[in-house]
Design a protein around this ligand. Structure first.
Ligand code: SF4
Ligand code: F3S
Ligand code: FES
Length: 255
């Protein structure tokens, strides 16, 4: 087994402020960045705060930034870095700091609550829902999401613009709306909710200028932009310029 000493630079601090701190730390074959953070806790920085749970890329807890790129610490192999490279580990930039590498991600829970849930179809009992396999396959991709919020962290709409947070749900939750809008059994429209217009008017779909940064960092390789956001934008535009919808609105306004 080969071992070397890596140069780690880790952000330490809290809501009052903080700074990068340098560490020389041992690395063994096959380790990931989270292993090194744990070694730092065990040997040099006993109170270093990091959030993690599964160490298998499935719980979405260990999100942070490595050399400025949003990543899961447990899925980032040390072998992707050179042995003499300085490896900088910082907390997600788009969310408020709690301490060290731990951020307060409650923005995302608030946005999740703002998306109206699936509306069951009338007259069909749970267990009797039937869908075409291709409809199941389409939404299955989105359901791989582990809610790591790396896409939310990287999207420039909120990353550098705190003021946009109120109006923009972010890629993860616009994808959720797209999934519900594609769902053949969702009866939101019958209940008076047009998910396409709501995505645009209530959840800030128009802020997304399809830079695809969200797709690039997604550890589940979900094609957030191509398969969720762009189709949702297209359907929202189709709806806006649909002549029948336009006529219906005119008649409704006159009435
Ligand atoms: Fe994480 Fe991908 Fe889900 Fe975004 S869509 S929260 S990057 S798993
Ligand atoms: Fe942001 Fe992704 Fe759109 S990064 S701008 S939500 S394509
Ligand atoms: Fe669960 Fe990294 S510890 S995804």
């Amino acid at each position: 087994m080969s071992t070397y000493t890596a140069n780690f630079r880790v952000w330490r601090g809290d809501t009052e402020g903080g700074a990068l701190q340098d560490f020389d730390v041992e690395v063994h074959d096959g380790e990931v960045v989270l292993d090194i953070i744990h070694r730092l806790q065990a040997t040099q920085a006993h109170d270093l705060a990091v959030r993690w749970n599964c160490k298998a890329g499935k719980c979405g807890s260990c999100s942070a930034e490595v050399n400025g790129r949003p990543r899961l610490l447990c899925m980032t192999r040390m072998s992707v870095f050179g042995e003499d490279e300085v490896i900088t580990v910082t907390p997600m930039r788009a969310f408020p700091i709690v301490r060290d590498l731990v951020t307060d991600v409650s923005f995302n829970y608030a946005k999740a609550r703002e998306v109206p849930a699936f509306v069951p179809p009338a007259g069909v009992a749970p267990g009797e829902y039937r869908m075409a396999q291709e409809d199941v396959a389409r939404s299955q991709e989105f359901r791989k999401c582990i809610e790591c919020f790396l896409c939310q962290d990287t999207c420039h709409v909120v990353r550098d613009h705190e003021e946009n947070k109120a109006a923009f749900a972010g890629p993860r939750f616009l994808m959720r709306i797209a999934e519900l809008d594609m769902h053949p059994l969702d009866a939101a429209a019958e209940a008076g909710l047009d998910r396409k217009s709501s995505a645009q008017d209530d959840h800030g779909l128009g802020y997304c200028n399809i830079t695809k940064c969200c797709t690039e960092v997604c550890p589940e390789q979900i094609k957030i932009t191509d398969n969720a956001l762009i189709p949702l934008k297209e359907r929202a535009v189709d709806r806006k310029y649909d002549p029948l919808v336009w006529l219906g609105n005119v008649i409704r306004r006159r009435a």
